[in-house]
Design a protein around this ligand. Sequence first.
Ligand SMILES: O=P(O)(O)OC[C@H]1O[C@H](OP(=O)(O)OP(=O)(O)O)[C@H](O)[C@@H]1O
Ligand code: HPA
Ligand SMILES: [Mg+2]
Length: 158
Amino acid sequence: MAGRTFPVSWWELHRDAKALAWRLMDKSEKTGPFKGVVAVARGGLVPATIVARELELRLVDTLCIASYSDREQGQVNVLKSIEGDGTGWVIVDDLVDTGATARAVRELLPKAHFATVYAKPEGRPTVDTFVTEVSQDTWILFPWDSEMQEVPPIARGR
Ligand SMILES: O=P(O)(O)OC[C@H]1O[C@H](OP(=O)(O)OP(=O)(O)O)[C@H](O)[C@@H]1O
Ligand code: HPA
Ligand SMILES: [Mg+2]
């Protein structure tokens, strides 16, 4: 259960997704360029766009997987998959939390490289490359799920 909130702005998301692209670039310099990017829609779409742009990859596909409704986790529902075993592809998602989505992704494309921008401890072992770890009880608030609003002073909330 998420106790605190970690808000991420568009600018921070762009910076962190670029940091992921740098790490993936380092990897691809050792193992050869990736064939393309698979975005785990919907959360992986924006980070995947940024990674594809930085790695100059024009081949982009999607895995469409849904499991959360608001902050409640349900069953992992694969709405759209792709053919093959993922060899040479990099899969990009916004984060791993429990790792349930990542496990489903790995079953579908076992040979792909799986990368996320953020990771929580439970899901961390399921990811090959990530940038920032947050605690398990933190809810990452993405810019597409939020807007600016007035908040009371901290002192009043105690
Ligand atoms: O590690 P897990 O516990 O599986 O959680 C991580 C997944 O949950 C979110 O997707 P969500 O199901 O909310 O769908 P969305 O990407 O369309 O928002 C997020 O984008 C990851 O894909
Ligand atoms: O911390 C989170 N933030 C946004 N979406 C999520 N889906 C699973 N965990 C999270
Ligand atoms: Mg998702």
